[in-house]
Each structure stands twice: as structure tokens, then as C-alpha cells.
Design a protein. Structure first.
Length: 347
């Protein structure tokens, strides 16, 4: 799911429920160097207020103008823009490209024969329940449908099976794609549960790491039984769990959308957390400490029954080797390594 999508959908639903005209613009294809990837969203209300982005600024004005027309007419539009080299440079790109944007109106339930927005409520319910879903858009008819590929996989029709397989693929890769179909295409957009970062140890490095991770779209949880460290004053706007790390991580149900970083330098806290994390589907497990500390850590975890394959999953010393020294620099190196691991898995 493209970062910020939930916020865009929530605002869209709010406008709709207030009886305000609203439209949603979705990037459905890109060629060359584009400012925003497929699946990027921009919501626009009847007064031109907007949230989200489809181009980083270079074609937003034209998209908003079309959105206002769509709100009035009720017709969907499929737009194509060429991003010139000059425009691309203005938004930090090395060269230009092309983008395709689908724009349609969102109306309240009970809107007569107009297209309704049950899909919007379904998507928001899926996100609240942390349930993966795929939005399909028929670019010719404008029909939207929320798919749950696992539930759809047993369908008999070959075209349904093809769509279900493609939907599972976009969920695995966490990247939208367009299926070529006549007369236009079918766009599939993944809405995975939020990425999560679990930080064990409310230490000084954790503070900038939590701030940066939230900006990168992670739901962040800090685990530390020491109340003097794990305080809301030190970690505002972050979930704080003061249970023992192994109990906390077991309760958090680590999944393939979760990264875990231990920062305490205390084996009594780090080792139980690592034991749980390495037996889970967490896509990244990292632990602070020198190479000597890492070697001793591996010996202790081996004694806990973890095999060589599990131990090889630990990124230790944690973070990319960029010569980081300050807490903020170390946080940058950790988040960069988490990002590299995430993207290598989804590519």
C-alpha cells in the first residue's frame, strides 16, 4: 500500500459523509521516470481542497481541474500526461516520463442509479481489521471492486482465476499493476496492512528511529519494561508496551509486514525478544552491538535452540555501514537497512 493511502481514503469518506462532492484520482500506469508510482492517490472535494498526490506537483493542477469536472458530471476520466524533462527536474527526477491517472466521483450510498461507494467502506474496514485487500478498477467502465484473493482463489471461471492470481501477486509485491484487457485495462491496487516496526529498548537511539520510521509509514511500537525509559514524554505518538519483551512480542503477533530491532545491549531483554522474532515471519530482525557482541549473542541464542538458518536472519551489528556515530545517524543506517530488506523482498 502506498504510504498515506489510508489518510486519503479516510478524508474521502469524511467528505462523502458530510454530503460534499468528492473525486478520487489514482495513478494507474507510468512510463519512464515518474514522480509517483502506480497506486498513488489524490482526493479532491467540491471546493478544490485536496489530500494526497499523483505527481509530486507537476500535473496536480490539471488533475484537480478534471476532478472538479467529474464531481459535476459524474463521468469518470482516464488522463495521460507527459512529464517533460523540465517538469521532472522541478520535482527532483533525472528525466521525464508519462503517467496515466484515473479520476472518478465518489457518491453517498442511496445515490439512485449513480455509482456507489461501498468499496470505500469495505477498504477502510479491511484496513482497520488489518486484512489484505486489492482494489480492482475497470478502466473502461469505471467499476470498482474490492477483492480478497485468498477467498477468490477457488472460483471456477478462468478469467476470475487469472485476476485472483494477479491480485495475490500484487499483494506479495506490494505494488500496483495494470492487466491489459480490451477495450482498456483492469487496474489492481494492493492495500496491505500497515508496515510495523517493533523497537525493543527505549534508549536514545530509539527516539530518532521512531520518528523517522513513522515518517516512512510504519506503525511503531516501543517495548521496554523499564518505565523510566518507556515514557510518553520521550516517545510521543508511539505505542508503548511495558511488558517483558518475549511476552510483548508474542502478543504483538509478528508477521511478514513487521520489522524488529533490539537496542538495549542487555541480554536479559534483547535475547528473549530475538528468540521470539526469529521464530516469527518478521521480514527484518536487527540487533545493536559490535561484532564481538554479536558473536556472543549468537552463542546464547544457539543455546536457546535456534539453528544456523534462524541466526543468519539477524542483522548484527544493526544498520548499514555508513560510518554513523550520532544517535540520529545510527537511526538513519537502521531504517535504510530495513528499507533495503523490505524492497529486496517485494521486488
Amino acid at each position: 500500500m502506498i504510504g498515506g493511502s489510508r489518510h486519503v481514503l479516510e478524508r474521502l469518506a469524511q467528505w462523502r459523509d458530510q454530503g460534499r462532492g468528492a473525486a478520487l484520482a489514482t495513478v494507474t500506469a507510468t512510463w519512464g521516470s515518474s514522480p509517483r508510482p502506480p497506486g498513488s492517490l489524490l482526493a479532491v472535494d467540491q471546493d478544490g481542497n485536496m489530500v494526497g498526490s499523483v505527481s509530486g506537483g507537476c500535473v496536480e493542477g490539471a488533475v484537480v481541474e478534471t476532478a472538479l469536472e467529474v464531481i459535476d458530471s459524474g463521468r469518470h476520466e482516464l488522463l495521460e500526461f507527459g512529464v517533460t524533462d523540465e517538469m521532472a527536474w522541478e520535482v527532483g527526477l533525472p528525466c521525464g516520463g508519462e503517467i496515466q491517472v484515473f479520476v472518478d466521483r465518489v457518491v453517498r450510498e442511496g445515490g439512485g442509479r449513480e455509482r456507489r461507494s461501498a468499496w470505500l467502506d469495505a477498504l477502510l474496514a479491511d484496513q482497520k481489521a488489518k486484512r489484505p485487500a486489492v482494489m480492482s478498477i475497470n478502466l473502461a467502465s469505471g467499476r470498482r471492486e474490492v477483492l480478497h484473493p485468498v477467498a477468490t482463489a477457488d472460483a471456477a471461471a478462468s478469467d476470475v482465476l487469472e485476476i485472483a492470481a494477479a491480485a495475490r501477486e500484487v499483494l506479495r509485491g506490494d505494488a500496483a499493476r495494470q492487466l491489459e484487457r480490451e477495450p482498456a485495462g483492469l487496474f489492481l491496487q494492493p492495500f496491505n496492512p500497515d508496515l510495523r516496526l517493533v523497537v525493543v529498548g527505549a534508549v536514545h537511539i530509539a527516539q530518532p528511529l521512531c520518528r523517522m520510521a513513522r515518517e516512512a509509514g510504519y506503525a511503531v511500537t516501543v517495548v521496554d519494561p523499564r518505565s523510566a525509559f518507556a515514557s510518553s514524554e520521550r516517545f510521543p505518538d508511539v505505542e508503548i508496551v511495558r511488558d517483558w519483551p518475549d511476552e510483548a512480542l508474542a502478543a504483538l503477533a509478528l508477521d511478514a509486514r513487521t520489522a524488529v530491532v533490539t537496542l538495549t545491549h542487555d541480554p536479559k531483554l534483547d535475547d528473549p525478544a530475538l528468540d521470539v522474532a526469529l521464530r516469527s515471519d518478521a521480514f527484518y530482525v536487527g540487533s545493536l552491538g559490535s561484532r564481538r557482541t554479536q558473536a556472543r549473542r549468537l552463542e546464547r541464542l544457539t543455546a536457546l535452540g535456534l539453528d544456523a538458518d534462524a541466526l543468519a536472519r539477524i542483522h548484527g551489528p544493526v544498520g548499514l555501514d555508513i560510518g554513523a556515530r550520532s544517535p540520529a545517524e545510527i537511526a538513519v543506517s537502521i531504517l535504510a537497512e530495513i528499507t533495503a530488506e523490505l524492497r529486496s523482498r517485494t521486488r
